[in-house]
Design a protein. Structure first.
Length: 461
């Protein structure tokens, strides 16, 4: 009670005491302005430092990423040597190093692919077979040199062009369609027509790439010569069979007649035996000519080439046919230069060439006609001409007289004992000795067969 009354009196005494102080308002405003300026300056400096630190940190973070993006773009554009440099040691650096390793692997694989492609193109270019590749729209993407030659395509750029626009080949589009349809290898024999003529091609097509739009690669084999040889073989077998059957049939007929009783018929038996002997000789000549052709075509039986003089061979050949020439009262002569004319050849082959040509000249020359052998030098060649005044050869038959079993007059040739192989043997033998043979003839006037053989100085080089 006493304490509370004392405090109340003390409060009343201080309440009536007032302390009055004063400061100018301008000074307060100046101090407030200064404080605001210091606050703003500090805030500005703090913000600048914060922004600078942020930019620095951001640059250090984003610069490697930017370089990696740039490197990835360069790799995408085909510049495979691009790499990310100055990588940090953090996770971004690990990512950049992985990108660099990826670039190196891509470079190695691309280089390997380029090498493989170069090797493949080199192999395809060196192939004798033609190779053509077309895309899903039948546009050419590749063709090697052999294909250009077989198809008659020029040297220009053909990529992107349709194949049938470049080559005139029937059924080529069907071959490609068949390969796409079956999904396997399709085969056809095609006829290609070019400026050099028509040729037979065995074509094999196989698809590649996606099934929906597959390309097709076509391999072309030139079988023109093969088909020609097959025709020659068939004709040869047919002709040989006919040539063998005709005399054998005659011999069999005469033998059966003799065995049936004509053997004791003095008026006919000798004539029948002469006929048999004639056909036997014909068969003997045919077999000899076939063996000569087989010898020429056998790789294991080469001609025995040597230097020899043609003069004595001509004299011997003319002497061997002297009786046949005298029987027809033919004038035979030799026109040759003085001194030896030495050639490089096979003595037996040259003898047979001259013998065949001289025999034909005598056979097809009428009585009291002329047969001449002319020998001369022409540069590095020895030229032998066998000329007659016989029946001659029609112009349309001149290109075929050297074919096997080809006869201008089949009935006349058989009557004269010809086999149809003599001139074929002549051509093959002359070519085997690196020579040439040709013929000039006029129907009803005579023929001239010309043989050119290399002189000894040329043939032994």
């Amino acid at each position: 009670m006493f304490r509370s009354r004392f405090l109340w009196k003390l409060f009343v005494a201080f309440a009536f005491v007032v302390l009055v102080t004063s400061i100018p308002l301008t000074e307060i405003e100046n101090q407030l302005g200064s404080m605001r300026a210091r606050i703003l300056l500090g805030a500005g400096i703090g913000s600048f430092v914060a922004i600078a630190l942020g930019l620095l940190i951001a640059q250090r973070t984003t610069a490697p990423i930017t370089r990696m993006i740039r490197t990835a773009e360069e790799l995408r554009e085909g510049r495979f040597g691009a790499r990310v440099l100055d990588l940090p040691t953090d996770e971004i650096g690990v990512l950049g190093d992985a990108l660099n390793r990826l670039g190196e692997e891509i470079t190695r694989r691309i280089a390997r692919l380029w090498d493989d492609e170069a090797q493949l193109r080199a192999m395809l270019a060196g192939m004798a077979e033609g190779v053509v590749a077309v895309d899903g729209e039948d546009r050419v993407v590749f063709a090697n040199e052999a294909a250009r030659t077989l198809l008659g395509i020029g040297d220009g750029d053909i990529r992107g062009k349709r194949l049938w626009e470049l080559a005139r080949i029937a059924d080529f589009d069907r071959l490609i369609s068949e390969a796409r349809t079956t999904g396997g290898t399709a085969r056809r024999e095609l006829t290609a027509v070019s400026d050099g003529g028509a040729s037979m091609l065995a074509a094999y097509a196989h698809p590649f790439g996606p099934q929906s739009a597959s390309g097709v690669v076509v391999v072309l084999h030139d079988i023109t010569e093969l088909r020609r040889l097959e025709r020659v073989r068939r004709d040869f077998v047919s002709n040989v069979s006919h040539e063998l059957k005709t005399p054998l049939t005659s011999i069999r007929g005469y033998v059966e007649t003799l065995l049936s009783g004509a053997l004791h018929d003095e008026q006919n038996n000798e004539r029948f035996l002469e006929k048999i002997d004639k056909h036997v000789n014909r068969l003997d000549h045919l077999v000899s000519d076939l063996l000569s052709l087989a010898r020429l075509e056998s790789q294991g039986d080469a001609l025995q080439m040597e230097d020899l003089d043609l003069q004595p061979i001509l004299q011997q050949a003319l002497g061997a046919h002297d009786a046949a020439a005298r029987e027809k009262n033919l004038e035979c002569r030799i026109d040759a230069p003085a001194g030896p004319v030495r050639v490089h050849g096979d003595p037996e082959a040259i003898t047979q060439v001259i013998d065949n040509l001289l025999s034909n000249a005598i056979k097809y020359t009428a009585e009291q006609g002329q047969v001449s052998l002319k020998l001369q030098r022409d540069g590095e060649w020895a030229v032998l001409e066998v000329k007659d005044t016989g029946v001659g050869i029609p112009a349309e038959d001149l290109e075929r007289v050297f074919e096997r079993f080809y006869r201008v007059d089949k009935a006349r040739s058989r009557d004269l004992g010809g086999t149809g192989l003599g001139l074929s043997i002549v051509k093959n033998m002359v070519q085997a000795m690196h020579g040439e043979v040709s013929v000039e003839s006029e129907l009803g006037t005579g023929s001239c067969f010309r043989v050119r053989l290399p002189l000894a100085s040329l043939g032994t080089r």
